[in-house]
Design a protein around this ligand. Structure first.
Ligand code: GLC
Length: 556
């Protein structure tokens, strides 16, 4: 069995993540809900896709009013998904295949169904101030509301206790009171529990909001950082080099402090603001938006990394863009009002891009060659669609489409927890894994090649990154260098072909070889060589090409 704890402390930089919703992935017992045994059944598929780390949305018992981000018992598995033994079995089966498994850990809040909240609202001794209670809903007035479509205040009045409680998300998700040392100790116990069970790490949900302080916006408080440092120390003690990823949806300069000194806080953080700008750049046919945000991204400690993504289980967030950019994004990507939610867009990748393969490919090529560890969101590797008739963000969390059968190979139940997409161009009968397995030109096979290419080059992930100047603003040219490995990835963001020579004087004398290219690019057959000084560019609409100085493995 491969060693689940790698000795290489920075292994995560070369990893590719796959985010999946257990409830929607594979139902093994016919009850209409995906479960952990179902994930086990699909591990070979995930291994063949080439991903390294599986990120499971929360799996603990929950009333599922926020798909598990409303936790009712931190140290257990929701009965619909299985039990702790199933989770142990998943870990073992994943490790056998060289895969790692992490889940969300929701530190900031619980479900209002959690026994702690029930005890606290009843003022039970010991639990009285486990949550943030107040007589005055005017407290902490400088705090923004995050779920703007469903909440108009961060306070909700509790009839039982006769006081208001604080919540940064839904009203049924009361925030824990981190000023209480018992809360801090208990959440550390939760962390220890999962680590000792053998989990490979966590995605730490909503970490900027743990502590509140009057007169601030209640984000990024010093005490929050101090507690996260305690968490890092605990993780290092039990499972050094775990995959620890923090969710901080903020500007890069505000996110930076969460890396700490590079060793004492978060090793990995999402780069949220680069995401909408990749979509913006493709819509505008210009690289400027990406350049703008990368120039505003400070250098980070070498021991740390960004995590990048195109889509996830939430809305495509437009919080970290200007008003003008947001208006542009809504007009281009969410023309109908029902496509919008909170400050974002509730659509999946393929429909956002009108199902156009070229756009899907060029965005994924950028995802794999920008600085950071990339995440794929389940179903996007086959170009699944969304169901806008479902409320909230549920439209992007529909059952995985494995085959053309009525339950899409996801379930045998007549009524799955959410309907399988059955109509239109993204219906399971048309878009499914089985059909794409049979077609070497399918998106699925292309994604497998993309992931494999990414992993051949340590420069992608570990390398120093530079956005090169190109004479044509439609070209996004990314240079990644790591020791002897050089990868130049050229992307044509425009809807029209681009050709010419791309001068890169500093690569003069290096022989570069074309190792990968989009099907809309036909600059030369893969394997063509050139002098790095002048790259021949002949890219079709949304074409891309990766040039590398590293010989193919068989020639080394
Ligand atoms: C995070 C999750 C989101 C959830 C929220 C509240 O932002 O990504 O899905 O609703 O936290 O827990």
């Amino acid at each position: 069995m491969p060693e689940p704890t790698p000795t290489d402390p920075h292994w995560f930089k070369e990893a590719v993540l796959y985010e999946l919703y257990v409830r929607a992935f594979q139902d093994s017992n016919g009850d209409g809900h995906g479960d952990l045994r179902g994930v086990i059944e699909r591990l070979d598929y995930l291994r063949d896709l080439g991903v390294d780390v599986l990120w499971l949305l929360p799996i603990s018992p929950s009333p599922l009013r926020d798909d598990g981000y409303d936790v009712a018992d931190f140290m257990n598995v929701d009965g619909r998904y299985g039990d702790l033994d199933d989770f142990r079995a998943l870990l073992a089966a994943a490790h056998d295949r060289g895969l790692k498994v992490i889940t969300d850990l929701v530190l900031n809040h619980t479900s209002s169904d959690h026994p702690w909240f029930q005890a606290s609202r009843a003022r039970s001794a010991g639990k009285d101030d486990w949550y943030v209670w107040s007589d005055d809903p005017g407290r902490y007035a400088g705090t923004r509301v995050i779920f703007t479509d469903s909440e108009d205040s961060n306070w909700t009045f509790d009839e039982v206790r006769g006081q208001y409680y604080w919540h940064r998300f839904f009203g049924h998700q009361p925030d824990l009171n981190y000023d209480n040392p018992d809360v801090r100790e208990e959440m550390k116990r939760v962390l220890r529990f999962w680590l000792e069970l053998g989990i490979d790490g966590f995605r730490l949900d909503a970490i900027p909001y743990l502590f509140e302080r009057e007169g601030t916006n209640n984000e990024n408080i010093a005490e929050t950082h101090a507690f996260l440092k305690e968490i890092r120390a605990l993780v290092d003690e039990i499972r050094p080099h775990a995959f620890l990823l923090g969710e901080v949806n903020q500007w890069p300069e505000d996110t930076l402090p969460y890396f700490g000194d590079g060793r004492d806080e978060m090793p990995l953080l999402f780069h949220f603001p680069v995401m909408p700008r990749m979509f913006q750049a493709v819509a505008q046919g210009r690289v400027d938006a990406i350049r703008w945000i990368l120039e505003r991204t400070p250098a980070i400690p070498e021991t740390c990394g960004w995590v990048v993504f195109l889509r996830n289980h939430d809305e495509l967030t437009l919080e970290m863009v200007t008003d003008e950019e947001r208006a542009f994004m809504y007009e281009r990507y969410a023309p109908e009002h029902r496509m919008r939610i909170n400050v974002g867009i509730r659509r999946r990748l393929a429909p956002l891009l009108d199902g156009e393969r070229g756009r899907i490919e060029v965005l994924h090529s950028m995802l794999m060659t920008l600085p950071g560890t990339p995440i794929l969101y389940y179903g996007d590797e086959i170009g699944m669609g969304d169901d806008l008739s479902l409320p909230d963000r549920n439209g992007v969390r529909t059952p995985m489409q494995w085959d053309a059968s009525p339950g899409a190979g996801f379930t045998t139940a007549a009524e799955p927890f959410a309907p399988v997409i059955a109509e239109g161009p993204y219906a399971a009968a048309l878009v499914n894994v089985a059909a794409q397995e049979r077609d070497p030109e399918s998106l699925l096979w292309w994604m497998r090649r993309l992931v494999a290419q990414r992993k051949l080059h340590p420069a992608l992930g570990r390398g120093a990154f530079e956005l090169l100047d190109a004479p044509d603003p439609a070209l996004a040219v990314f240079l990644n260098t790591y020791e002897g490995d050089v990868v130049v990835a050229v992307h044509n963001l425009a809807e029209t072909p681009r050709s010419g020579e791309l001068p890169i004087p500093r690569l003069a004398g290096r022989t570069l070889r074309l190792v990968f290219g989009g099907r809309s690019c036909a600059p030369a057959p893969v394997g063509t060589e050139c002098d790095g000084r002048a790259l021949p560019v002949a890219l079709g609409a949304h074409g891309f090409a990766w040039w590398s100085s590293v010989p193919h493995a068989e020639e080394r």
